[in-house]
Design a protein around this ligand. Structure first.
Ligand SMILES: Cc1ncc(COP(=O)(O)O)c(C=O)c1O
Length: 423
């Protein structure tokens, strides 16, 4: 039985047999190619959200597909009872390009953050210090497991599942005094995103992060940076922290690392790695040959094809065009983010979910956050002309929805009647 080409049947099966926790558009894709997805009617969609910042090399990338095909034919999984060459290689590559000395691999962002939280607590436990509290930011997002909803500073994710894991404190993002006053003798770590992606694409201020680093150093606290969404080139540098002039003690990665194959990673220094003794942590699937082949290939392709240069070039173009559009339409309240993680916030005249639908109607895929923000996180291989098509689509939708801001010439024309005209 194949239901692949019958969207009604797919939706019917989903409704009847899948847990109803998502709210999908009525679309199902057969395959993808580069920055496009193709549905069951063979219609192409420009993928400006890339599986939520996951499809870093787009769809069906030649080198990634080839490497994965080969790996599947050799060995997919063998367990961590044995050495795994692909895992050792990926750990080496990630440590060599970062502050880190050691890597741990798992299957998702939430799992990487679970590992980070446990490691921070274990670090102080083995030092004989009674520090376990983790300070996180309000409006943060760290995952959906019980530990990570407890870390997430948005009660809507944890309230129905109370009681949450104790030992988390939430402070105002980008407010250093608030964070400073939350530190106690019990504080083990501060855990932050550098861009709060899931609450509307809000970047951290550079000064704030530098102050947080100093506070952590002065107080003997660990700094955990959650780069699940911002890592692996998404913001124009391999790690977003590079742009803040700091070095964290622990970093978590996932999304873009496998180019679509599930993988998470936690990186840390040798000093912090003392928080786990053999047997303290582990996972059945984490670090398996298939997932690590994906990670190794993504990293190689980023370098070989100079993909960070592309991220920075297309990003500059997008920011320039979107900022121009915000000059043209007062309905755009702000354009923010870094690299190819960008949020566009609209005023009350534009509903973000309607904008998402309108764009889908024009065969462009984005995500909406809350009532007012649309987010784009396209494949890092996106071209300028594809990015331009997105900007044009936004322009076209706004043109038909809200009046454009008048430019100076129009205002003057309005005020001064043309010859022979009376006002
Ligand atoms: C910053 C951040 N941390 C953690 C997660 C959780 O990752 P996953 O969905 O792979 O568990 C996400 C997912 O959106 C994220 O954006």
């Amino acid at each position: 039985m194949s239901i692949e080409n019958d969207l009604d049947l797919i939706m019917d099966f989903d409704k009847n047999y899948c847990l109803q926790i998502y709210n999908p558009l009525p679309l199902a894709f057969k395959y993808g190619k580069g920055c496009y997805l193709v549905d069951e009617k063979d219609e192409e969609y420009l993928d400006m959200i890339g599986g939520i910042a996951v499809n870093s090399l787009g769809h069906a990338h030649r080198k990634l597909t080839k490497a994965l095909r080969r790996q599947v034919g050799e060995i997919i999984h063998c367990s961590n009872y044995y050495y795994i060459p692909q895992r050792s290689e990926l750990a080496y590559k990630l440590c060599k390009r970062s502050f880190a000395d050691k890597a741990f691999f798992c299957n998702s962002g939430a799992e990487a953050n679970e590992a980070a939280i446990k490691l921070a607590r274990g670090y102080f436990h083995y030092k004989g210090e009674d520090r376990y509290e983790i300070i996180t930011a309000k409006m943060s997002f760290h995952g959906r497991t019980l530990g990570t909803i407890s870390a997430t500073g948005q009660p809507k994710f944890s309230e129905p599942f109370a009681p949450v894991v104790p030992g988390f404190k939430y402070v105002e993002f980008n407010n250093f005094e608030d964070l400073e006053s939350a530190v106690t003798q019990k504080t083990a770590a501060v855990m932050l995103e550098l861009i709060q992606g899931e609450s509307g694409v809000h970047p951290a201020d550079e000064e704030y992060i530098k102050n947080v680093r100093k506070l952590c150093d002065d107080s003997g606290i660990l700094l955990i940076i959650d780069e699940v969404q911002t890592g692996v080139g998404r913001t124009g540098t391999f790690f977003c922290y590079e742009q803040y002039g700091i070095k964290p003690d622990i970093v978590t990665l996932a999304k873009g690392l496998g180019g679509g194959v599930p993988i998470g990673a936690m990186l840390c220094t040798d000093e912090v790695a003392t928080g786990f003794k053999p047997g303290d942590h582990g996972t059945t699937f984490g670090g398996n040959p298939l997932a690590c082949t994906a990670g190794n290939t993504v990293l190689d392709v980023l370098d070989e094809d100079r993909i960070l240069d592309n991220v920075n070039e297309v990003s500059s173009m997008l920011f320039e065009k979107l900022t121009k559009l915000s000059g043209k339409y007062s309905a755009i309240k702000s354009v923010r983010g870094k690299g190819l993680l960008i949020g566009i916030e609209f005023d009350e005249r534009i509903s973000a979910s309607n904008m998402r639908l309108e764009l889908a109607g024009k065969h462009i895929l984005v995500s909406s956050i809350g009532n007012s923000v649309i987010r784009i996180a396209p494949p890092l291989i996106i071209t300028k002309s594809q990015a331009n098509a997105f900007c044009k689509a936004i322009d076209g939708i706004l043109k038909n929805t809200v009046p454009a801001k008048k430019n100076v010439i129009d205002i003057i024309k309005d005020k001064i009647p043309a010859k022979g005209e009376t006002k």
